[in-house]
Write a protein that binds this ligand. Structure first.
Ligand code: FA5
Length: 347
């Protein structure tokens, strides 16, 4: 076929297509699609005729063909959207909505009990003027142990079964105490810091989990005494457990404090009379504490002759277990909705 003929045909088709009205329904849409864009449609036939067009005229014919295809595709595409839209509109108009029916209430989630206890404790200390700090969960031996007065190979390291990361000289922090050093180095004295976060130990039974949460707290200032430590912790325990709670400090050992202590509160279950939870002793241990060791102050760039401080660290899961009477720590991490829903009313 001579090229002029195909080009003429295409020009005339272009005019025709420009005046095709937008299809009003699915039937009209389908017939436009079949007539022009179908396998045996006009465009397909004209495309085949392209083969016999001389090479120098192919560009013009090809361009026209492409223009016509785009116009048709645009026409069909927008008609398709409009037809669907009209269909939905008709359906909605035909439906009856009873606007007086009560709506379906979405189910509200709630804070995880561990997050709630952590927030509550953080709030108590923030209220006393402590600033909140965070530290990295992957730590160096230097911050997790050495600057905290655990010498290399010292047996005290065995108190905390450590996860070592392969290929890098890092560990998962075993406690939040490294944040003491990091904050002292960052800000210098005086300081009052609280550091909540996740910690990790190679440890698993009904009261120990490989990942758990601690809150570290410490104060650095002049003339700080054990009395300041006890007063602060007593104020904290009173806010957490109520005015009737009693506290006591017992001597204990942590390399980064001297003297070191553990604090017990009168049993929150039996009020001190003796029960299964407190093993008839009337007391529950809730945290470790002490006066910050001069070696830790030195390692953090603080002169121990000028400044002193106290520190404490507590396990959140232990506090939450006592608070809610939970006897297996794993329940906190299994994401069983039957367990978690019980804390919905707020904690
Ligand atoms: C420490 O981790 C010290 N860094 C605390 C400290 C800070 C002492 C500042 C002095 C001054 P300890 O190893 O005892 O101490 O752990 C503190 C608490 O973490 C424990 O009382 C316990 O409640 C909790 N804990 C320890 N191991 C686990 C575990 N595997 N799962 C759950 N809770 C744990």
């Amino acid at each position: 076929m001579p090229a002029e003929n195909l080009i003429e045909k295409l020009l005339s088709l272009k005019g025709e297509v420009a005046s095709v009205p937008s299809p009003a329904d699915e039937k009209e849409l389908e017939s436009v699609r079949i007539k022009y864009l179908g396998k045996k449609g006009v465009l397909s036939i004209l495309s085949q005729e392209m083969r016999s067009v001389p090479a120098d005229q192919k560009p013009e014919a090809g361009k026209l063909l492409q223009e016509i295809r785009s116009t048709l595709e645009g026409l069909v595409g927008s008609a398709e959207i409009e037809i669907k839209r009209n269909k939905v509109r008709r359906e909605i108009e035909g439906e009856f909505f009873d606007t007086t029916l009560p709506s379906i209430q979405p189910e509200f989630g709630s804070a995880h009990p561990i997050s709630a206890v952590m927030d509550e404790i953080t709030d108590i200390f923030s209220g006393m003027g402590f600033q909140v700090e965070e530290g990295p969960e992957t730590e160096s031996d230097l911050y997790n142990f050495e600057k905290l007065n655990f010498p290399p190979e010292h047996p005290a390291r065995d108190m905390q079964d450590t996860f070592h990361l392969l290929d890098v000289e890092k560990i998962l922090r075993t406690h939040t105490s490294p944040v003491q050093v990091r904050a002292m180095e960052k800000y210098g004295p005086p300081l009052a810091v609280i550091a909540p976060g996740k910690v990790y130990r190679c440890d698993a039974d009904v009261t120990h989990s490989p990942m758990f949460h601690q809150i570290e707290g410490f104060v650095i200032d002049k003339n700080i005494t054990m009395g300041d430590l006890k007063g602060t912790l007593k104020a904290f325990a009173t806010r957490l457990y109520g005015a009737d709670v009693k506290v006591r400090l017992r001597p204990s050992f942590f390399p980064f404090v001297e003297p070191g202590a553990e604090m017990d509160v009168s049993c929150v279950i039996c009020g001190g009379a003796g029960c299964r939870v407190c093993k008839q002793s009337g007391w529950l241990e809730i945290l470790g504490a002490g006066m910050i060791h001069p070696n830790v102050l030195k390692a953090s760039g603080i002169d121990p002759d000028q400044w002193g401080g106290f520190a404490f660290g507590l396990g959140i899961e232990r506090i939450a277990m006592l608070k809610y009477g939970v006897d297996d720590i794993r329940l906190f991490f299994e994401n069983d909705m039957r367990f978690l829903r019980q804390f919905k009313g707020g904690v």
